[in-house]
Write a protein that binds this ligand. Structure first.
Ligand SMILES: Cc1ncc(COP(=O)(O)O)c(C=O)c1O
Length: 386
């Protein structure tokens, strides 16, 4: 079957957050301008046609789908009772922070980082400790010397790992994960591994779930995952945690119950099941399309806007672009892209190391990407009087 990712689908007036801004071409928030796989749409339509949407019962068949996905894609053998549904990765992360820290504790973030990591840290009364990523030889790296120092600060309880990393696009290698795991274990710091982008990895790279790195780290990690980025299902608010350690799992389960959350959404369950069981061919085609979009972007910038430099991602559908040669202050840079008519995520929002960068969402038809780049090119030409 072939999938038409070039097709433009009008998303205005569909209550889409991404497309709410009038007159802007939106290449910001991480959702895709593509329809979900046909098998998912069909399963949801069938469920809708049934017409009765009462409380869902056993999640067993969806757990089976998750288990076989993890086994097929990552050679990870997950037990059914390690999995808990959550109404989203962000709500799960917030509950985890409340469960495993006290106000005043410290949480390590590897900046530049997905902005809600900081919001959740602060909103729950904790302090962020930044273990900033280092950019060397065209690639971001973890700074282990810095981590070893900062993890010893008083009241460091948690490290939030983003794997693959949003926004810089790194797919962490086994050696990097093993070093991070060792440091966290030595210092008794729990790891939350946000692996929501795990399926969106380009050819030549392989995502490794953190618990596969060692038995020790498996017992010290909470993985957050789900099909929502992979299959464009974020509006269904269905994600899950995978926790091999029974004590940690039981504390988190209690936290879910205390919050009053007990049952996933019926459509979310259908989506998990149909996406993981039947969506793989669609996903393989999607990754190729996004990779081609990345090549298109890179070539366009190299040939026509060389002042902007894309940091080559290994995964995610997000491109992290260095705009520092434009020599604009953060607010000026933000206004500049708005005046160009393209809505992007501004790098400063991603914390230390983010200022002067933009994050561009590649998950759109090529013609949308081209239009956005033409708008940016025109704005740069007029700004620099080229
Ligand atoms: C790394 C990461 N974690 C979590 C989320 C949000 O997840 P959810 O919609 O499940 O709350 C995103 C969305 O972009 C993300 O990039």
């Amino acid at each position: 079957m072939t999938y038409d990712f070039n097709k433009i689908i009008d998303r205005r007036n569909t209550r889409s957050l991404k497309w709410e801004k009038e007159d802007m071409l939106p290449l910001w928030v991480a959702d895709m301008d593509f329809q979900a796989p046909p098998e998912v749409i069909e399963a949801l339509m069938k469920r809708a046609e049934h017409g009765i949407f009462g409380y869902p019962g056993s999640c067993s068949s969806s757990f089976q789908s998750i288990k076989s996905w993890m086994e097929r894609r990552f050679s990870w053998q997950v037990e059914e009772d390690w999995i808990n549904f959550c109404p989203g990765t962000i709500p799960a992360l917030s509950m985890l922070v409340r469960t495993f820290t006290h106000p005043g504790d410290r949480i390590i973030l590897q900046a530049p980082n997905y902005p809600p990591f900081l919001n959740i840290t602060r909103d729950n009364g904790c302090h962020a400790v930044y273990n900033q990523l280092q950019f060397k030889q065209g690639k971001y790296h973890m700074d282990f010397a810095d981590l070893e120092q900062k993890i010893k600060e008083p009241r460091v309880k948690l490290l939030i790992l983003c794997s693959p990393h949003n926004p810089v696009g790194r797919v962490w290698e086994k050696e990097e994960l093993a070093r991070l795991a060792e440091i966290c274990l030595d210092n008794n710091v729990l790891v939350v591994s946000d692996e929501l982008h795990a399926d969106l990895v380009y050819k030549g790279c392989q995502h490794i779930p953190l618990p596969l790195v060692s038995d020790g780290i498996a017992q010290n990690t909470i993985v957050l995952s789900g099909p929502t980025k992979t299959f464009n299902l974020a509006g269904l608010q269905t994600s899950f945690s995978i926790i091999p350690n029974p004590q940690i799992r039981s504390r988190f389960k209690t936290a879910l119950e205390v919050s009053g959350y007990s049952r996933p959404n019926v459509f979310g369950l259908e989506a998990v099941h149909s996406a993981y069981d039947y969506g793989e061919p669609w996903l393989e085609s999607l990754i190729i399309y996004i990779r081609d979009n990345l090549d298109f972007l890179t070539e366009y910038l190299n040939n026509k806007i060389p002042i902007l430099k894309v940091i080559q991602p290994e995964g995610t559908y997000l491109a992290w672009i260095d705009c520092r040669e434009l020599k604009m202050e953060t607010q000026e840079l933000e206004k500049f892209f708005l005046s160009a008519g393209v809505f992007l995520n501004q790098g400063y929002a991603f914390g230390p190391g983010g200022a002067g960068f933009i994050r561009l969402n590649l998950a759109c038809p090529r013609s949308t990407l081209e239009e956005a780049l033409q708008r940016i090119e025109r704005a740069i030409i007029s700004r620099l009087n080229l």
